[in-house]
Write a protein that binds this ligand. Structure first.
Ligand code: FES
Length: 102
């Protein structure tokens, strides 16, 4: 599916196989705004994204480790906040929003 990373200055789109963590998709696609410092282990919070409410159920629920790390995001944590390394790409296209900073 296509994964669209939305930022105020425009969209960046990457096409990846289903199941690819969105953080990995961003790195593979040279997306600006995702760092993924810990390599996808829910230990750095530099892969923070906002998942629009309507598609929250497309992803697995937040684990305790992710929840704890989400308290360490640089940009404000919101109800829509997720760590993109914990979000496998679904079968269909998805759009997530990038925070201001990682
Ligand atoms: Fe480090 Fe997601 S890549 S928490």
């Amino acid at each position: 599916p296509k994964v669209i990373f939305r930022a105020p200055d425009g969209d960046q789109t990457v096409d990846v196989p289903p199941g690819t963590p969105l953080m990995q998709a961003a790195l593979d696609g040279d997306v600006d705004g995702i760092i993924g410092e810990c390599g996808g282990n829910a230990m750095c919070a530099t892969c923070h994204v906002y998942v629009p409410a309507g598609i929250a159920d497309d992803f697995p629920p937040i684990t305790a480790a992710e929840d704890e790390m989400l308290n360490c995001t640089t940009s404000e944590r919101r109800p829509a906040s997720r760590l993109s390394c914990q979000l496998p790409a679904p079968e269909h296209d998805v759009l997530v929003e990038l925070p201001e900073e990682q």
